[in-house]
Design a protein around this ligand. Structure first.
Ligand SMILES: NC(=O)c1ccc[n+]([C@@H]2O[C@H](COP(=O)([O-])OP(=O)(O)OC[C@H]3O[C@@H](n4cnc5c(N)ncnc54)[C@H](O)[C@@H]3O)[C@@H](O)[C@H]2O)c1
Length: 390
């Protein structure tokens, strides 16, 4: 193919990317998704064309943007968000800024006629998130929120088991999420300091309940009620500059959720638990016919016919090697980076109207569960989760 033919088989799509100096924006969205898609020659569309994402990096710090652009061979960057949104040649706005900054920027992008894709939480309050959903609908723009955990190999294999009927009737889901995040004094913290300050939009309930909402809704059944107890295990931390600050946000949450079908899900989330499991996240599912334990990448099962018969007897050496009695679910497919898979879906949604279930109403549902979790903790009671959207 000569250069002209090459160009004719390609279709460019401009993406205004805001928040790419951050951890998620840079690693997952710019490098592993948008630039990886470019490197592969774009996304294949049904009409045979290749859709090539063309990012313009937006942020507050010119020096940082310039350095990132240079290092990764990105041609365009700017500190002028308003100007970038005004450019009709760029069809999509992406946002991975600090959560507290998201809603006004997303609203401005919708007003400028952009399709919008963004990190979770969509907003700090579910009413604001639903308002963004309404604005996007009224403007006729496409909208989406990152729901990356659904695309993890472990979760994909778990979903496969659910869809196959492997479990029989599921009654219990138990999750452990977390790892030790260093305080920042004698070893630097491996997460941004705003995560631990309530006044800056931090807190593990706000952060993780968005994820638990779509994981539970999409894998097992709709979340109908929540009960949550939060806490701040580490009240004193040191920030990126080594300055001491008060940890004002929750860093630990013990959540229980009632789902459709009478399923009870319990998920512990913490940045102050030390890991004694195979992965940073693990979810055990028990059903009448079998059980499974899924992590980020792995998924293991035990069927009723291979279930051992333990008898309680602490007077003897434990005769069971319980972990060895579980069987690996094979991959049976190649799992690409989950963020990239979702980006490709969103790009196809914009370019050719392909279905994209992870929209702003879904984003609002995540924010709603976080909000109700916080309320449950404050009021020390179970709270029903009202239906949002249709
Ligand atoms: N999907 C996931 O698994 C996942 C994981 C972590 C974080 N997130 C979400 O991604 C978003 C960014 O998180 P992160 O961990 O990359 O944070 P980060 O602190 O590394 O990045 C924050 C970004 O926002 C920008 N920003 C804009 N205004 C700012 C302000 N006033 N103060 C500070 N920064 C400002 C920063 O320049 C930076 O680009 C958050 O909304 C978070 O909830 C999602």
């Amino acid at each position: 193919m000569n250069e002209d033919e090459h160009r004719m088989s390609e279709r460019r799509i401009g993406i205004v990317m805001n928040g790419v100096t951050g951890r998620m924006g840079l690693n997952q969205h710019l490098i592993r998704s948008v630039l990886a898609i470019r490197k592969e020659g774009g996304v294949a569309l049904a009409d045979g064309l290749r859709l090539i994402p063309d990012p313009i990096l937006v942020g507050r710090n010119a020096a940082k943007l310039e350095a990132i652009a240079k290092e990764h061979g990105v041609a365009r960057w700017t500190t002028d968000l308003r100007g970038a949104l005004a450019d009709k040649d760029d069809a999509i706005y992406f946002d991975s800024q600090l959560t507290a900054m998201r809603a006004p920027s997303v609203a401005a992008a919708i007003a400028a006629g952009k399709h919008v894709y963004c990190e979770k939480p969509l907003a700090e309050e579910s009413a604001v998130a639903m308002r963004l959903a309404e604005l996007a609908k009224a403007a006729g723009v496409k909208h989406g929120v990152v729901q990356d955990k659904l695309f993890l190999p472990g979760m994909r294999k778990l979903k496969r088991l659910v869809d196959s009927g492997f479990f029989g009737r599921i009654f219990s889901v138990r999750g452990e999420f977390g790892y030790w995040v260093f305080e920042g004094d004698w070893q630097p913290a491996q997460r941004p300091s705003w995560n631990y300050r309530k006044q800056d939009g931090g807190g593990i309930i706000k952060d993780m309940f968005c994820h638990w909402r779509y994981v539970l809704d999409h894998t097992f059944g709709r979340v109908r009620a929540v009960q949550c107890l939060g806490g701040t295990a580490i009240p004193e931390r040191w920030d990126e500059q080594g300055v001491r600050y008060d940890g004002t946000a929750d860093d630990t949450a013990y959540g229980t959720f009632e789902l459709d079908g009478g399923i009870v899900a319990q998920i512990n989330s913490s940045w102050s638990f030390r890991v004694y499991r195979d992965e940073l996240f693990s979810l055990q599912v028990d059903g009448t016919l079998g059980s499974a334990v899924a992590g980020l990448r792995e998924c293991r099962t035990q069927h009723r016919v291979t279930t051992p018969r333990p008898v309680w007897n602490p007077d003897i050496e434990n005769p069971f090697r319980f972990r060895e009695q579980w069987e690996d679910v094979p991959d049976n497919e190649v799992f690409d980076n989950g963020f990239k898979v979702q980006w490709e879906m969103f790009l196809r949604h914009v370019a050719e109207g392909k279905a994209f279930p992870h929209d702003f109403v879904e984003g609002a549902r995540g924010v709603q569960l976080a909000e109700l979790g916080l309320r449950s903790w404050a009021e020390r009671r179970w709270i029903d989760v009202p239906e949002l959207g249709s």
